[in-house]
Design a binder for this molecule. Structure first.
Ligand code: PGA
Length: 250
């Protein structure tokens, strides 16, 4: 059975109090469906609150929006993999377009973060995606495979623990979504990239992200190539998020 992942990227929203209020509603509206997992990426200050509130939910995972690759030291403002683990985190976003384009994160940085997470036994959710001018120039697949180079050198057993999110930059927070067909084409290319490096088909997980909402989630997850969604804005409202996570999949 295909196990879908519905991941919420809260970005710089919902501190500990807001997170607790969120779960008062969400836990009432969404119980559990066996074919899916729900992942939360709250801001670092809310991570432990979310981990504690969801501890008895086997279908829920909590992760950080960013980590630093060094184990400890004088790195003001950064968060290590072991601190994340201690707070109850099991995963982290890596290479999100806002990290790349607002904070200047490079593919070399994403490679180091991916390795630090894997070495610490956690799951990297590596985000890839092209800008609008790159799509218009027909270079989407070249851009995405360049970003996947962050995974070069990992053997297939380790590579199969990485989850990928395809998030076209032009679709993030803009209300524009790739059509399920367009997304599926890129997803298929990502799947091939992983399978060519020895990852078993059943272990490949490629999520779609970029303006996913109540209205379009059903069509996206109905695509066999799309193994789930990474959602920003629409994951902040607990009722909308419960509806998205409960999307009917045939
Ligand atoms: P959005 O963000 O759903 O608000 O477009 C998605 C993301 O940045 O992960």
């Amino acid at each position: 059975m295909r196990r879908l992942i519905f991941a919420a990227n809260w970005k710089m929203h919902l501190g500990p109090e807001g997170a607790a209020e969120f779960f008062q509603v969400f836990s009432q509206r969404y119980r559990q469906l066996l074919d899916r997992e729900v992942w939360f990426f709250p801001p670092a200050v809310s991570l432990k609150t979310v981990a504690d509130l969801t501890r008895d939910r086997a279908d829920v995972r909590v992760g950080a929006q960013n980590i630093y690759w060094e184990p400890k030291g004088a790195y003001t403002g950064e968060l290590s993999v072991s601190m994340l683990t201690e707070a109850g985190g099991a995963a982290a976003l890596v290479g999100h377009s806002e990290r790349r384009h607002v904070f200047g994160e490079t593919t070399d940085d994403t490679a180091k973060k991916v390795r630090a997470l894997l070495d610490g036994g956690l799951t990297p959710l590596l985000c890839v995606g092209e800008k609008i001018e790159q799509r218009e120039a027909g270079s989407t697949l070249a851009v995405v495979s360049g970003q996947l180079c962050a995974l070069n050198g990992l053997d297939s057993a380790v590579l199969s623990r990485v989850v990928i999110a395809y998030e076209p930059v032009w679709a993030i927070g803009t209300g524009k979504t790739a059509t399920p067909g367009d997304a599926a084409e890129v997803h298929a290319a990502i799947r091939r990239w992983l399978v060519d490096r020895g990852v078993a088909e059943r272990d490949v997980r490629v999520l779609y992200g970029g303006s996913v909402k109540v209205d379009n989630v059903g069509a996206l997850v109905a695509e066999p190539e799309i193994d789930g969604v990474l959602v920003g804005g629409a994951s902040l409202d607990p009722s909308a998020w419960a509806t998205i996570v409960g999307a009917v999949v045939d």
